[in-house]
Design a binder for this molecule. Sequence first.
Ligand code: COA
Length: 185
Amino acid sequence: MMNTTHLETLNFHQVQLNEDAVIKPFESEDEDLNDFLLHDAKNYLQSLLAVTYLLQTEDETIAYYCLSNDRITRDDKTKSAWNRLNRAVANEKRRKSYPAIKIGRLAVSKKYARLGLGKTIIDTVIEMYTAVRQQAGCRFITVDAYHNATHFYEKNDFKYLTDKDEHDETRAMYLDLKAYLTVND
Ligand SMILES: CC(C)(COP(=O)(O)OP(=O)(O)OC[C@H]1O[C@@H](n2cnc3c(N)ncnc32)[C@H](O)[C@@H]1OP(=O)(O)O)[C@@H](O)C(=O)NCCC(=O)NCCS
């Protein structure tokens, strides 16, 4: 079904999930991700494992995503992929692992698919880690992308970390935040 809504006319805002929040109805095409939001997101928050962000209109949740600290290490990476990632880092600062922020889960409501909400979320995460002074170093965004979503991440500037996971359920991908840095002090 063709979606006739435009992102510009959609009245929504982002909130960070807290323990008392009432989660408004949400239905993406992925049952596990729907279930996580309703039944696990608050547990992950209480266990300090993931923070969930909700995009909401007055009466529904139109998208959500989770963030957790992460790191990228050289182990298990294809040499060429590691070299490409490493080359972007200044020589004297190269190391065997780099700090990262992981998008643990990301889902957009079926009703609002392909309007640019997924891209808006990626842009928001980039901005969180580049437009304001960081409280701890973080060079990359990482994601374990479902196969059906790899094209979406590619379009948003993510690269593959390895080709060893080509036949796995998910593919490890990353985005280098350095290219988006707008605050340098
Ligand atoms: C992947 C997902 C988050 C994209 O969100 P979205 O708001 O629809 O994406 P955007 O509108 O920002 O981007 C659209 C572009 O992404 C790509 N894309 C989005 N969904 C896609 C899908 N299901 N299959 C293939 N490409 C897809 C397309 O290139 C599309 O551009 P096009 O419409 O011009 O072809 C959304 O489809 C979703 O929630 N899927 C189910 C859950 C999921 O797979 N999450 C990823 C977990 S790793």
